[in-house]
Design a protein around this ligand. Structure first.
Ligand code: C5P
Length: 242
């Protein structure tokens, strides 16, 4: 078979040209990186789990009326997605203090936040994804005020939905990162959810034990990374693989 053209390679995923114009194939690697590439490793089976978990969550999110880039899963490691123009802003939604919020503001990890907090970071590996405000986003033209409104509304709705979904399987959604893109379709442009939602970009804690079931196991050398991702998939009811 002729090799497909590689469009983009990131830390955990590769994007290939898709079978039809306007589509891409998103391939999930087993590679993991943290602290802006300073730490890296291969976690056997991670790509398969994230492909499956992200498929499940994107499909559930589409069911509540939020447009996404996801089309369908193709195989163990690949999914078909619609090609979008990625907005270079990472949207972080937090419900419980952890990670960089805990460090930056001195709020002890595990403290429930008075309300959900949305943060924006500029997507730049060279700069280490710095925290930015709406002012930067509009001043530098990364997104329009209308697009920011749409992104905020979708992010909060996704957060409410996912909090309930995870709570139902004994998991606290501490925080997570979303990315959005512009989809040009039928001579229209609209903002849709893109990238992936998996334990690589969420903090997920067991409700009873507070055990970490996400990438912090890798970041903090806690071990059992693949096992934790597998447990998330099992609780979501999507394991073993059919
Ligand atoms: O490190 P920090 O506390 O800011 O991360 C908040 C959330 O966003 C975590 O769930 C983390 O996994 C996710 N994140 C990400 N990609 C980044 C930065 C953060 O997925 N570049």
């Amino acid at each position: 078979m002729a090799r497909r053209r590689r469009v983009y390679e990131g830390k955990a995923k590769v994007l290939y040209e898709g079978p039809e114009p306007g589509t891409l194939v998103q391939y999930f690697k087993d590679d993991a990186t943290a602290f802006n590439n300073k730490k890296s490793a291969t976690i056997v089976g991670k790509g398969v789990l994230n492909n499956r978990i992200s498929e499940y969550l994107m499909a559930r999110i589409a069911e509540i009326g939020i447009p996404t880039h996801f089309v369908r899963r193709l195989n163990m490691r690949e999914q078909l997605i619609k090609e979008v123009e990625i907005i270079p802003v990472e949207v972080i939604i937090r419900n419980i203090s952890a990670g960089s919020l805990a460090t930056r503001l001195g709020i002890p990890e595990g403290t429930a936040l008075p309300r959900s907090i949305v943060e924006f970071c500029y997507k730049s590996d060279e700069l280490g994804d710095p925290l930015i405000t709406e002012e930067h986003i509009t001043a530098f033209g990364w997104a329009t005020p209308q697009e920011i409104d749409d992104i905020m509304a979708m992010s909060l709705r996704i957060n409410d939905f996912l909090i309930g979904l995870f709570l139902g399987i004994g998991i606290k959604l501490v925080d997570f990162k979303l990315e959005f893109g512009r989809l040009y379709e039928n001579e229209m442009v609209r903002v849709v959810l893109a990238d992936e939602i998996s334990p690589d970009n969420c903090r997920l804690w067991d409700t009873k034990t507070n055990e970490k079931m996400d990438k912090d196991r890798f970041r903090r050398d806690l071990g059992g990374v693949a096992e934790a991702y597998q447990e998330v998939a099992r609780r979501l009811g999507i394991m073993p693989e059919g």
